[in-house]
Write a protein that binds this ligand. Sequence first.
Ligand SMILES: [Ca+2]
Ligand SMILES: [Ca+2]
Length: 499
Amino acid sequence: MKTALTCVTLLFASLLWLSPASAARPNILFIIVDDQSPFDLQVYDPQSKLETPTIDRLAAEGMVFDGAYHMGAFRGAVCTPSRHMVMCGRTVWHLPNALGGQHCPNDIEQHVMAAVFNRAGYDTMRTCKKGNSYPAANRQFQVVHEATKRGGTAETGSAWHADQVLTYLQARKDTEDQDPFLIYLGFSHPHDTRDGTPELLAKYGATNHRDRNSLPPANPQQPPLPINYLPKHPFHHGHPKLRDEVAVSGVWERRDERTIRNEVGREFACSENIDQQIQRVLSQLKAMDELDNTYIIYTSDHGMAIGRHGLQGKQNLYQHTWRVPFIVKGPGIPAGKRAEGNIYLLDVLPTLCDLAGIDIPKSVEGISMKPVLEGKTDTVRDVLFGVYCGGTKPGMRCVKQGDWKLIKYDTMDGTVRKTQLFNLAENPHEFLAEHHKQNGLQTNLADDPKHAEKRTEMEALLLSEMRRLNDPYRLWDQPDDNLTPPPENSKKQNRKKKS
Ligand SMILES: [Ca+2]
Ligand SMILES: [Ca+2]
């Protein structure tokens, strides 16, 4: 009996030893940039002038997601909810910082990214910008180097973040550390101020323009205007005095060709610099023989307008801003494949857990995209929802299913009430009447009687998503569901309290 037990124990032990999870648990390198539209990258827009050979190689050796989104924001700093969603895997109204945390478990900080990976025996390290983030989750990484680096030199720019990772990897090498690692490599760029290095600014014909009273020099080297550029958005975007629309250094309230082309050039200079910094990290992983056992994820906290639709910031729900780039390379992922995915950034945490063989915390509402990475399915969900309500309430909402997308605006105290309906297969850049396209489908179809039925269907879908996700607001043409809208602007209230 004793011998039999020993045999079973030995067999069990050897099975454990042979299981791939314990033999060589995968490393994770999660890269997140600040404010980048997928359409900046040639991976998503072959016409783009931005050169990113490292990201192109990641895409060629891994999988590119065409349908990756951030779920939205309830404040002007879209970064903040986005980064909460990455860290805890919860939907937008269920975040710890949404609606006073009323839809979030009290112990959520036990179940954020670093907490989960620390418990599983991973070494965890983070570098990123400071601010507009989730400090209670960020400080749980075992090694943290945070600073906002948006300058045009190695010490003041993106190289600094890569240096932190290189130093960390060198220390692992020196101590022969065999534990698997989770490295969170966040860059502060290409968020403004977009100060590029002199070489890359020259490549994209841009200058770090600082004089509010003059235009930047025109330069044929600058990238062309975005395809869906407009000199002005057709109606108020709904957030008066919004920093990103009026106060970004180098742009301010200007939307003229010289200003926008120069700013896109600056964005590209900063983005190519990031690409070079990622290459330094990948080279080091290769030299340490860790590259093949590392999942590499590349994404951004949200997209960006910079002249598209006459907007400059990230507080809108057009595809250039609602979507994010999302590329994954790693063990077992087929090379050079694309998937629609229909993923949100809140799916990152469950996916990383799934790839590392760690139980997904019950507090997570995101869905693992591992089946997509394995080629078993193309999407993890059918319907996608987006919100921006950091300005006047209730704000903007959008919903997407298949090729169809609906955006609704209920802002400026009821004076802006607009509906847009796009067929993204025919109109991927969401051209409006103001873009004057000849193709009848390349415009806003909301008031076209031929698409009235589709509009009704999408309106119903939007309402059902708002109910499902505990959206506390309703739009002018929706039932009020007996909701009491949340109190306005906590900052104002705080100020009142203080004074
Ligand atoms: Ca951001
Ligand atoms: Ca260790």
